[in-house]
Design a protein around this ligand. Structure first.
Ligand SMILES: *Cc1c(COP(=O)(O)O)cnc(C)c1O
Length: 353
């Protein structure tokens, strides 16, 4: 039986991706020039599809990078001279904070414990330094399975119109719905909810953030924009990735984003119900409001034999992140995970003890 990857990234490929890769090879896409009309057409289609799927305002830039890690570095380099503020509630949000420190910035944080999140933004406003140029949030902390509600994110621009707001949507999109006009940076990489091979990141940048500055070499915002307006990139990019992303985005649009959201919530509800009634697994995130719909984390005594038992049935589930490797399971719930696949996983979870 073919394995199904429920790992939170890389993850199961979206079912159409194999056909798109074969079509790309047949059409020699990996060999075409990244300055050709053919590439410009591919770039354009991908960008237009993303704008429609994610509701990207017309005056925002869309840049193709190598990863979300790269987005962290580019955001700090191009928008923070001195001080940044970070909501940290897990390893990914902490890494962004670390990048700011490593780049010599004064990085300040608000911290939540393991499995905890942020709500009621007014409780945190006093922690944000007046001098902060950037406020960094993570819509879905993949390391802990904690989500941040869109209302929490959106309240920051209203309270701090002069500061730039960045949102990590790597494991939240395409499920997560966000009014991008209220944020300045939004980014993801393709190996999670988009069900693609890794190696491509997308960074969305507001006009206010574009005005802030431009530092670095080939991926300074100025350099990126000078090529993006011509539907190109400064370097030789991941042409196959940009091609595949355009195809997958079109597949999502054809399938219907509302339908994707509804199915995501239905699958998540079944998973949480399974964990709540399970003899050997418990929901890790105790506060229902913080529970992620796209990465579901369970606590257990020892993950290793459970992961092995699931793998024997072709169900590849993620271990806990970092030092919780042995005490947690992490289950991705992305568009690539069909309701049928999730039903199979749930049946197998119910056999664990
Ligand atoms: C995976 C992940 C990242 C890092 O993505 P890369 O493509 O490896 O750079 C960043 N943030 C979150 C929330 C993630 O899940």
């Amino acid at each position: 039986m073919e394995p199904i990857y429920f790992t939170p990234g890389p993850s199961q490929l979206y079912p159409t991706v194999r056909g798109h890769i074969e079509a790309a090879l047949d059409a020699h896409i990996p060999s075409i020039s990244h300055r050709s009309q053919q590439f410009i057409g591919i770039y354009r289609q991908t960008e237009e599809g993303l704008r429609e799927l994610l509701g990207i305002p017309d005056d925002y830039q869309v840049f193709f990078l190598s990863s979300a890690n790269e987005a962290w570095e580019r955001i700090i380099e191009n928008s923070v001279n001195k001080t940044s503020f970070h909501y940290v509630n897990g390893d990914f949000s902490r890494k962004f904070f670390d990048f700011a420190e490593n780049l010599g910035r004064n990085a300040v944080l608000a911290e939540a414990g393991n499995g905890e999140g942020f709500s009621e933004a007014s409780r945190y406003m006093h922690l944000i330094p007046h001098s902060a140029e950037l406020i960094a949030l993570c819509a879905n902390e993949t390391s802990t399975g904690v989500a941040t509600e869109a209302d929490f994110v959106l309240s920051h621009k209203k309270a701090h119109p002069q500061k730039l707001i960045s949102v990590d949507l790597v494991s939240a999109w395409p499920y997560y719905h966000l009014d991008l006009s209220q944020v300045d940076f939004a980014y993801f990489s393709v190996q999670k909810g988009f069900g693609m091979p890794a190696g491509l990141g997308v960074l969305i940048v507001s006009p206010q953030a574009m005005d802030k500055g431009s530092y670095g070499t080939y991926h300074s915002f100025k350099s990126l924009k000078s090529k993006a307006v011509k539907f190109q990139t400064p370097e030789t990019p991941n042409v196959l990735g940009i091609y595949l992303l355009g195809k997958v985005v079109k597949d999502f649009l054809d399938y219907g984003i509302q339908r994707i959201r509804k199915e995501t919530e239905e699958k998540a509800a079944l998973l949480y119900e399974t964990l709540s009634n399970h003899p050997a697994l418990t929901v890790s995130v105790y506060e229902p409001e913080w529970r992620s719909q796209t990465v579901i984390v369970a606590d257990c005594v020892d993950s290793a034999p459970m992961l092995a038992q699931l793998a024997e049935q072709g169900l590849i589930v993620g271990a806990g992140y970092g030092d919780r490797k042995r005490t947690q399971l992490r289950i991705a719930n992305f568009p690539a995970h069909s309701p049928e696949a999730m039903a199979r996983l749930i049946a197998a979870l119910n056999e664990l003890h």
